[in-house]
Design a protein around this ligand. Sequence first.
Ligand SMILES: *Cc1c(COP(=O)(O)O)cnc(C)c1O
Length: 394
Amino acid sequence: MIYCDNAATTKMSEGALKVLNERLSDSWGNASSLYLHGQKAKEALEKAREDIAGVIGAAPGEVYFTSGGSEADNQAIRSAAETGKKLGKTHIVSSAFEHHAVLHTLERLKKEGFDVTLVDVHENGLVVPEEVERAIRDDTCLVTVMYANNEIGTIQPVREIGAICRKRKVLFHTDAVQAVGHIPVDVSADNIDLMSASAHKFHGPKGTGFLYARKGIRLTNIIEGGAQEKGKRAGTEDVPSVCAMAEALKESAAGMEKSGEYVRSIRDRLIEGLSRIPHSALNGDADRRLPGNVNFCFEGIEGESLLLLLDDKGIQASSGSACTSGSLDPSHVLLAIGRVHDVAHGSLRLTVGDDITESDADYVIRSVGEVVELLRSFSPIWRDLMAGKKQFIL
Ligand SMILES: *Cc1c(COP(=O)(O)O)cnc(C)c1O
């Protein structure tokens, strides 16, 4: 099996798995208990917090553990919105290709009286900082723009957007779930106030993530209850998973340069190979993209059928995002960068890690070529295109 769906989730690293197992055995105590076993769990939790803070350039007190990226996104946005509302500021700026954890939270806030401006994402999959600045108003309380997109992998000019927000005294949140552990992220240098991350996207366990909140920012509870996480996130901490997340993040940071360079070379090999398929196009900027992300549209085919046939060949990939697959609507990300419906339906996302060899990549290129040709051979749209009854777009 060739796993090319690391943007959906990653396999746990050996190291993280070992830490998870060890902490499940030796640190299962409740971190709020006062006896020794509880205090040992608490110590392990705080060590994990320090390690994670160290990797992202934060202070340990600025890291809050959550159940993952979705919860962190919800809490970050709700917190900024609540603070804003108290000051009479009810306008939020975001972009059209955010993850649904962000977009659906914004939809909810709109129903509660907030006004939301979504800035354009250009054809290359990038948001332009000046356009974010133009969207900011006197009543803007938050700008939320993702660090790297989960479907097309484009890396946003976060540092510049952060600098603008700082200048305009507006909070800046970034969903960095696809970036953390894959490319260097530093909350100070990048001018970030609030940031979401998720362990299972960097070879840690599922159901665990964290929210970075700059010192002094008031968080709103999403989950009420006990006094865990300084009273901002109730619920007995999953110490083993948090420790495994810290281990996975440390490993990712330590191996980032070497692994990133290799994964980039595999990515570029795939991009080059797939570009040779007629009437195909890469989605998103070729350079400003995550090391392992390849996303193509092939005219005249259905992404879903492509995935099933690739699965038969032992290749696991995705079309659109894991969250939108299963729905018939084309990806909102591909529509946001200007792909028309027909073309957006024929998309393929390959997100590779450093376990993929060059010969695996060549097999993927060959297989995609064969499958695209097969699907086109019985596609009515393709027949119309070839007969000149329809115009090629790609
Ligand atoms: C996966 C993902 C999320 C959701 O994270 P979970 O930990 O699965 O809740 C949020 N944003 C982006 C960009 C993602 O890729």
